[in-house]
Write a protein that binds this ligand. Sequence first.
Ligand SMILES: C[S@@+](CC[C@H](N)C(=O)[O-])C[C@H]1O[C@@H](n2cnc3c(N)ncnc32)[C@H](O)[C@@H]1O
Length: 372
Amino acid sequence: METTHRFLEGDASDLGALDDGSIDLVVTSPPYPMIEMWDDAFAAQDPGIGDALAGDDAWRAFDAMHAILDRAWQAVHRVLAPGGLACVDIGDATRTLGDRFALYPNHARALAGLRAAGFAPLPAILWRKPTNAPSKFMGSGMLPPGAYVTLEHEVVLVVRKGDKRAFASDAARRTRRRSAYFWEERNAWFSDVWTDLRGTGQALDKGSDRARSGAFPFELPYRLVQMFSVIGDTVLDPFAGTGTTLLAAAASGRHSVGVDRVGALADTARERLADVAAIGRARVDSRLDAHRTFVRARHAERGAFGYRSARYGFPVVTKQEVDLELVRPHGVSIDPDGATRVTNDTTPPADESDAWAWFFDDVRSEARPSRS
Ligand SMILES: C[S@@+](CC[C@H](N)C(=O)[O-])C[C@H]1O[C@@H](n2cnc3c(N)ncnc32)[C@H](O)[C@@H]1O
């Protein structure tokens, strides 16, 4: 099985190279309005933004920046297939402009733009970044009421185009079952607060006039890809940056397309994709290891499991996990047109099934496991 990954220079508000309904999932993080590092990028797209900022007219700048994002949400709605989801990671901004400090509520305003584009909001995820720096607090220290609450989270908005996606054929239903995740992953990933993802290094040394990329950590799009798409789907990031979403899709047996107005970032994205075999296999191994650990702990605590994985031979909690396959990226090549092609391998570790024979013997004899 092969997947392809393309990085296109272009504008998210147009997505002209993409056909209507050709995308199954969008995972993205736009430039955040009123965060200073994005002022120039917004002003380059609407000179009125530069004027508003220079004149300390903060709310006019905020509205004009979101007007740019609104056009992107409309284009995203056009290219998504019915039932497709869009996940938009965005942080609010705090800023002092012309002596006036304010919060700029990007996540609320972006959700309004997504709704206006036709999307239905679904429950969102609060991504709370672990930090304990004492310097994070703003305002007048210990003297009420002049200190400000610290912004330590971003929001991953989740919206859907139309009704639930249909899996009409036997083949489509089988692919969906192969794309399942573990029960214990469901319990962690589908919580509405994520506290275990750290931010990532953002230095950009080439391909951009910016010093920082604004990249999100690999695990963020990786999880969203498992949660909201199936093997063989096409994932789009219309604000692709360094291509983290493309890497997550490539590590998961999904195709991907990235669009960014800075075309030079294509080289960075391609270099990252070149490492997908090592990155993807490490992530699959860590998921399998976590599941083995979970099985032992749950077995010791609660005894028998109801089901066994057809592919791996280990126990699983629910029937929905029986056909689960974790796709392992294998080889990478570059097409003449610059697209990255990834081959995948879904062969389970050879001795996995035998390795669990003790467990099922143990369940049959209703004894506790003799191995740790
Ligand atoms: C927050 S960064 C995305 C970072 C990305 N998630 C990553 O992990 O590297 C936002 C990106 O949007 C791009 N951008 C800004 N305006 C755009 C537009 N109108 N169309 C497409 N890309 C745009 C910027 O060049 C930047 O790379």
